[in-house]
Every structure is written in C-alpha cells, then in structure tokens.
Design a binder for this molecule. Structure first.
Ligand SMILES: Nc1nc2c(c(=O)[nH]1)N[C@H]1C(S)=C(S)[C@@H](COP(=O)(O)OP(=O)(O)OC[C@H]3O[C@@H](n4cnc5c(=O)[nH]c(N)nc54)[C@H](O)[C@@H]3O)O[C@H]1N2
Ligand SMILES: Nc1nc2c(c(=O)[nH]1)N[C@H]1C(S)=C(S)[C@@H](COP(=O)(O)OP(=O)(O)OC[C@H]3O[C@@H](n4cnc5c(=O)[nH]c(N)nc54)[C@H](O)[C@@H]3O)O[C@H]1N2
Ligand SMILES: [Mo]
Length: 796
C-alpha cells in the first residue's frame, strides 16, 4: 500500500476493484465504514455481487479480465473533460515529457515487438533528450510527442459505449462510477483504490495495476491522505515475505537478483544502478551499491571483503524465469530430485493443479513442513492413483503456528509489528526458524567435509545464539544492520558492532551489514522499533508514528511530498500529510520523502524519489508489455477482442492446453470466502468452519440454471481442457450473465478452497485453471478461463 489501513478513513471516494475486502480483509472494512460515516462514497467493481458490493453506494459489474477497458474509459473521460489536477500532473508526473518519434502503436501492438520471441525492445519508448541529457518537456502539455498527448490519443478509443461493449457493464452504472471517481481531481477531494487478486491474476495483471495508478496520478491522488493505490496483501505477512525476497527476481529490499551476465559486483552495480543527469533528482536507487555490499556482508560476514567483491560470486545467477509456473513445468519434466514445501499446498493452490500433482510423482523425495497434513503431502494417495506406483519418500515436519513463535510480521500498510509467543507448539512441532537453522547447520557440517563449491555454505555467517532455536531478536538486528568497524559519518563516530541508525548510513565499502536495507532503522541502538506500542497520534491523522515501525524510515504515506504544492503547502489543508514550516524550515507531519525544501526553492529534489527522473510515470518504459495499458482478452475468452486485432497480451506466449474453440462456452472465475482460508488446510480441518461452509459449490446465474434445468443445491460437473470437477450448484442473483458485443455470456464462480484431504473435502477449482501468467510477474491467470458446466455429478 502507498498508504495504510487507518488512512483509508480520510477518503472521499473508495473504489474497491478486483478486491472484496468485506470478505477477505474484514478488519480493513472498519476504516472503509469510518470514511462512509464521514460521507465517503464506496464503489464496488466486480464480476460478482459480493459482500463488499452489498455495502457499496454504487456497484458496477464487469466481465473478468476487462479492467483496462474499464479504467481506460475513465482515463479518457478525465482527458476529454479536462478533469486532471493540472498543477500536480505538470509538476509531479511525466505528462510533459516528450517521447521518441520512433514510438508507435498499431492495432494492439507497440513499437519494438518481435512476434517470434513475444518480446519488446523498448528503445522507441524512451524520452527525447536535450543536449544536457535531460528529458525534453512541454509544460503546456500541447506537444504531440508529450506523454499527455500520447495518452489522450491512446485512450480516445475507449468511449463509454466501446468500454461497456467489452466489459458488459450497464452504461448508467459505468457513468455513475466514472463521474463519482473522476470528480476527485480537485485538490480538496481525494479517492483511494483498494485492489487485490481480481486485479493481478491476469496475463496483464501488472498493466491492470498500472491503469489504476495512472488514474490516481491524473487526479493528483497519490501521496495524499485518503488517497493512493492500495494493494490489499493476502496472508498476514505477505508484504514482509515480498520485502524479504520470496520472489525469484529480487533480493531483500527489492534489489535485483543477479542475472548470468552480471559477472562481478562491479558489473552488477553498473547494470542495476539507475543514473540521472538531473540535479533535482534524488534517484534513490543510486544507493544500490551500498545496499548490495551491506547485504553481502550480512550473508558472508568476515569472508566478504572488498577484494573478493564481498563474495558476490557466491550468489546464484539466473537466466530465465523461475516463477512458480515455470518451476512446476520443470517439475513435470522430472527435472527435480527433491522438493521442500514449507507452508504451501500447491496441488490445491497452483494453476492446472492435476498436472502439478503428476509432477510430484517424479520426485525422489519431498519435505513438507506444515501445521496439517495437506493434499500436497499426501499427493501419493490422491483419488485415482495407486500409491504403490509412486516411489517418492515424503518427510512431514510438524510446524509451529504463528501464535507459537516470536517475530515480526509486516502488514499491507508496511507496518512491521512484533509478535510474541503465546503458547508452546504442541507435540514435536517446531518453528520454521528451527527447521531452517537445523538444515543450514547440517549442510555446513557436510560441506565442511568437502563438496562442489562449498564456499557459499561454509562461509555463510550464521550465528543466532546457542538456544534451542535461533534467537529471533538477533535475526532482526542483522536485518537492520551493524557497523563492522569504527566508522565516522558526518563527524559522528559509530563503534564497531553498533546498530546502523538508518539506511542513509549504509556504506559500500564493507563498513556496514544490513540484511535488508528497507528495514534499516527497525532495530537501532534504541531497541526494537517494531515492538513499540505508543498510542499517541501527534499528527492527528491516525498515523501513530510510535506504534510499531514501518518502512521506509517510519514514513506512513509514500510519495507524501506530492501531497503539497510547490511551496510546500498541502493541496488539501484539511487533511495534511506533511506541511513546510517556513520559520523552522522543516517539514511537519509524516516523515517526508526526503527532507529537501519545497519545489519552489533551490537545491531541492522532485517528489518521486525512487524514479530516476523524479516524476511519476504515466508512460513507463520499464514493463515487458508496453508503456501504456491496452485492453487484451484473457488467454481463454469467449469473445474476440473488439478493441484491436490483437487478441491476447502479445508479450505472453500462448500455452498449449487452452481451448478457444467454443467447446467451453462459460467464463470461469475463482475467489475466496470468509469462512475458508486459501488451499483450505487451516479451515477445512476445523469443525465449526466446516459446519458453515461444508462443501465445494459453484455459483451460477438464475438464467443459466433455468436454461440447463439445474435446481439450487443440485450436483453439477464443471470441465475445462485441464480437467473436470463436480460441485453443488448455488443458483444466485449475485451472478448475472453479461451482454458482451451483443451476445449474452455466462460466468461461473468457483471458490478455490477445496481438496481431497481433511475434514471437509471437495473438488479443487484449480483442476480447471490455466498455467499461464502475467507478462511481468508470471502470476497465474486464475481469474479468467473457459469452462463448461453440465447438470449431474461426474458419475451421473
Ligand atoms: N477469509 C479469507 N480471507 C483471505 C483469504 C482467504 O483465503 N480467506 N486469502 C488471503 C489472500 S492470500 C489474498 S491474496 C487475499 C485476496 O483478496 P481478494 O483479492 O479480495 O480475493 P478474491 O476473492 O480472490 O478476489 C477478489 C474479487 O475479485 C473479483 N474479480 C475476479 N476477476 C476480476 C476482474 O477481472 N476484475 C475485477 N475488477 N475483479 C475481478 C472476484 O469476483 C472477487 O470478488 O485475501 C486474503 N484474505
Ligand atoms: N484458483 C485460484 N488459486 C489461487 C488463488 C486464487 O485466487 N484462485 N490465489 C493464490 C494466492 S493469492 C495465494 S497467496 C496462494 C496460496 O497458496 P498456498 O500458500 O499454497 O496456500 P495456503 O493454504 O495458504 O498454504 C499455506 C500452508 O501453510 C500452512 N501454515 C500455516 N502457518 C504456517 C507456519 O507458520 N509454518 C508452516 N511451515 N506452515 C504454516 C498451512 O497449514 C497451509 O497448509 O494460492 C493461490 N492460488
Ligand atoms: Mo495471496
């Protein structure tokens, strides 16, 4: 989230799109309701009428996978009616920047495309540069090569009629959403967007998110209290796990993971450290070499020296895609000997789940660390297979649950909050830290005896006390970082072993360690900041700066220097995030995005400090699939793209097992319910939750039920090119067919919580889904695929 949960109370308009927080983030809804009590309007945009929709002032239905059309039309409305927050857009975004004359967009394809590799070369998406090396700009926004005019031209095609023809939204609903939301371009009005998996789980999921960000930038809503673009993160600590690099393409703190041709630390730094010639750009990522050196020092301690590039050679280098989908492909090809599943249940949660289960059959061994026996750990006795034919040896390690161990979790609002152990784990259960610690210590002992390339393991600096399990406070202190020798910075001496006060103090010469630069400041000489429980709110804005600690540097609202005008006065003085005090020459309120004076003064920096050009990108050259979002159809879709001749995202290779022939006529989409959690092990084993939602069901419209002669509660069979499941029909007015391009299209809604093991069992929705992912992130397209549905169960 750019903002945080409590901040949502300040919004005038709340758009829940691609998310169902009343169901899946119920605590957040407290702040939505608080905003509504203060007069805010809630909009829900969802293919299904959800629990969130039922609380909304306005509900608009859209077809799964059509957010870019929906938002593109809103962008068009803003540009055609000049509803932008002009001062914000001109000064803080790249709207005025001129783009290369080589840039082009023809019938759904941007310039630079290679159809054989599904790859774009992005040279033609670059800025035009002046003699001083700075991007050329036209602050009148009139120049035909300006981002503003390119946007206007691009989205001109997204008329309300065209949009609704694609999305299936009733035009009056669409116009109500558009008018309500787009009225927040005034400095004294603000809207927020709450999004989650309905947005991201598409082959153009990243572009969906970008379309929301662009909308918010045009209206001047980023950096503002009650504004921003807010990703509702899933599991309690999924924000923390991303910060700590659970994804293959990043290292902790969103440093890039090395690619095979980054042959040395110098080459890595050269490749990934962005450069700018603009003295007004803070270009924060220029610090990459400091963060990287400190990370490597945290990993390899004294073995990491300036001479050996701080053991950079020990880091694995990647070539290619190691996302979940691609790993599962390799699994199916029999390319893995073993697999460790720590807190994951992929044969229920992964796309095209039956194929994953078959892949597991090829393993020699599997380790599953979990609270429960999951479908994945008993894959060898799944329905339809003979256990005797499977040779995999499975080790099930009982893991301690969250309340049975100590440590921090980082919530969606980036607040890292310390939690304490409430009870001892039952039986033989142990914390994940214990399990990993034991694994590493044993590996170290084995590699000490020899082996291929032992350095990375043997030299690993691994010292977290002498207790039964690692001392988690020691881990947290290492994540923050320490001085490795007496170091003087700006006239102050920091002693060897002292905690680094903040990431501004990290060094590239080995003088500091930091396991995650973003968390530098979380555990200082003053103690564990994440343990703080101060209930005072000096800003009066619900920021609670003394409660826990949030990255970066306890800044509660990101990009907050865009919430003020050029003189440092809040655009909306009634809801200030920060304000410049001309007498003290200091910012007041939240921790500012850099302490520089307001933009009207000399020596200052642009507010978007993480971007090399200092301006938020309405037009972005860094993505795999185009500088501006464009509507494409999901990989499986019942209709032809009526916007252009390009059916699907051209930057995604078309997978094998899809079927657009018409044999599978209905749109399948998957979602969650409050009563169950994810792949279900944690809830399908609890009798009281099983009583509430005991079995797999499928939501269908009254129209489809009538047409197929299906009664509510009757068993039906749902099939896709990947597999077949059965479920009870839940006939409901909450799901409605959509009128798309003149034809009626049915959608079928499936919760994905069920599997064959546990107290409550049922068909897994993921048997039906497609293993194809977003061009940028590879997140699977769980939210839109094709299926058929017939009356009667599988055996009927
Ligand atoms: N009780 C409970 N809470 C949970 C979870 C759980 O399993 N159970 N899971 C947690 C996790 S890990 C996560 S990631 C979050 C997910 O939280 P959400 O994203 O809110 O969960 P979903 O129900 O998967 O999807 C949200 C909505 O997106 C809609 N949708 C589908 N396709 C589209 C589309 O193309 N466009 C738009 N605009 N909307 C679409 C769906 O109909 C659905 O109502 O929830 C977390 N909270
Ligand atoms: N069709 C469809 N599929 C989806 C989605 C969708 O919307 N539609 N959503 C996707 C999303 S957003 C997500 S996040 C994934 C989730 O996919 P998974 O992570 O595979 O699913 P979970 O059920 O959350 O698995 C977590 C497991 O961890 C165990 N566990 C809980 N606490 C601990 C602990 O402290 N230690 C250990 N070792 N284990 C623990 C639980 O018992 C559970 O079995 O699924 C994805 N799959
Ligand atoms: Mo998630």
């Amino acid at each position: 989230m750019t903002n945080h949960w409590i901040d949502i109370q300040h919004a005038d308009v709340i758009l829940c799109i691609g998310s169902n927080p009343a169901e899946n983030h119920p605590i957040s809804f407290k702040y939505v309701e608080k905003a509504m009590d203060n007069g805010a309007r809630l909009i829900s945009v969802d293919p299904r009428y959800t629990r969130t929709s039922s609380k909304a002032d306005t509900y608009a239905q859209l077809r799964p996978g059509t957010d870019i059309a929906f938002i593109g039309g809103m962008i068009n409305h803003i540009l055609q009616n000049d509803l932008i927050h002009r001062d914000y857009v001109v000064n803080y975004t790249n709207a005025s920047f001129l783009i290369s004359d080589e840039y082009a967009f023809n019938d759904g394809i941007f310039s630079g495309y290679d159809a054989e590799t599904f790859h774009y070369e992005n040279d033609s998406w670059a800025y035009q540069l002046g003699k001083d090396g700075l991007p050329l700009r036209d602050n009148t926004l009139e120049h035909p090569a300006s981002v503003y005019q390119l946007l206007k031209n691009h989205y001109r095609r997204y008329t309300p009629e065209k949009v609704c023809e694609i999305t299936g939204t009733a035009i009056q609903d669409y116009m109500e959403v558009t008018r309500t939301f787009c009225a927040t371009g005034r400095p004294d009005r603000v809207a927020t967007i709450m999004y989650a998996m309905g947005t991201t789980q598409h082959t153009y999921g990243t572009q969906n998110v970008r379309s929301y960000a662009m909308l918010q930038l045009l209206l001047g809503n980023i950096g503002m209290a009650g504004g921003g673009i807010n990703a509702l993160r899933g599991e309690a600590n999924v924000q923390g796990s991303t910060d700590y690099a659970i994804l293959y393409h990043i290292l902790p703190g969103y440093l890039k993971s090395p690619v095979f041709d980054n042959v040395s630390l110098a080459a890595y730094n050269e490749k990934w450290t962005p450069k700018t010639k603009d003295p007004k750009s803070a270009n924060w990522w220029a610090n990459t070499p400091k963060y990287m050196a400190s990370l490597l020092k945290a990993y390899w301690g004294d073995a990491a020296t300036a001479e050996n590039g701080f053991c950079y050679d020990y880091l694995p280098k990647r070539s290619g895609n190691y996302s979940f989908i691609k790993l599962m492909e390799r699994l199916q090809q029999g390319r893995f000997e073993g697999l460790v599943c720590m807190g994951t249940n992929p044969i229920v949660g992964g796309p095209d789940a039956s194929a994953i289960a078959k892949g597991l059959d090829k393993l020699q061994w599997m380790v599953a660390a979990d609270l429960w026996e999951t479908e994945t750990s008993v894959f060898w006795k799944r329905p339809g297979v003979d256990p005797k034919t499977i040779d995999t040896e499975v080790f099930l390690l009982p893991a301690a649950a969250s309340v049975e161990k100590e440590g921090s979790i980082s919530n969606s609002g980036r607040w890292a909050q310390w939690r304490y152990k409430a009870v001892e784990p039952p039986g033989d259960a142990e914390s994940d830290a214990f399990i990993v610690d034991g694994l590493v210590k044993n590996l170290k002992a084995l590699y000490a005896e020899g082996g291929v390339f032992p350095g990375p393991i043997v030299d690993l600096d691994w010292n977290y006390g002498q207790g039964h399990e690692p001392d988690i406070a020691m881990v947290a202190r290492e994540c923050n970082g320490q001085f490795t020798r007496d170091t003087e910075i700006k006239g102050k001496l920091y002693k060897k072993g002292e905690q680094v006060p903040s990431f501004a103090f990290l060094q590239d010469d080995g003088a500091t360690t930091s396991g995650n630069w973003l968390y530098c400041g979380s555990y200082t000489e003053a103690g564990n900041m994440m343990q703080r429980r101060g209930q005072d709110d000096p800003t009066g804005m619900g920021s609670y700066h003394n409660w826990s600690w949030c990255w970066p540097v306890n800044r509660r609202v990101l990009y907050n220097r865009a919430s003020v005008d050029l003189n440092g006065r809040p655009w909306n003085p009634k809801k200030p995030v920060i304000a410049w005090n001309a007498l003290t020459r200091k910012w007041e309120g939240d921790v500012p995005d850099g302490g520089w004076a307001p933009m009207s003064e000399d020596g200052t920096k642009h507010p978007f400090i993480m971007i090399a050009e200092g301006h938020a990108r309405l037009f972005a050259a860094g993505l795999a699939d185009g500088p501006m979002p464009e509507h494409y159809e999901p990989m499986e879709s019942p209709v032809a793209n009526s916007m252009t001749g390009q059916q699907c995202n051209p930057a995604v290779a078309i997978p094998g097992n899809i079927d657009n022939s018409g044999r599978y006529p209905y749109i399948g989409t998957t979602y969650r319910v409050s009563e169950h959690w994810q792949a279900g092990a944690m809830t399908r084993n609890l009798p009281w939750l099983v009583e509430l939602v005991p079995e797999m069901f499928v939501e269908i419209s009254e129209e489809l039920a009538k047409w197929k002669g299906i009664a509510n509660g009757e068993m039906v069979t749902i099939s896709s090119p990947r597999g077949t499941i059965e479920a009870k029909a839940l006939v409901t007015a909450r799901i409605k067919p959509l009128r798309v391009g003149g034809k009626m299209i049915e959608q079928v809604g499936l919760p994905w919580h069920f599997g064959f093991n546990g107290l409550a069992t049922g068909g897994s929705a993921n048997v039906l889904t497609t293993a194809v992912g977003c061009a940028n992130t590879s997140i699977p397209e769980y939210k839109a695929f094709l299926c058929n549905l017939e009356k009667g169960g599988i055996k009927a």
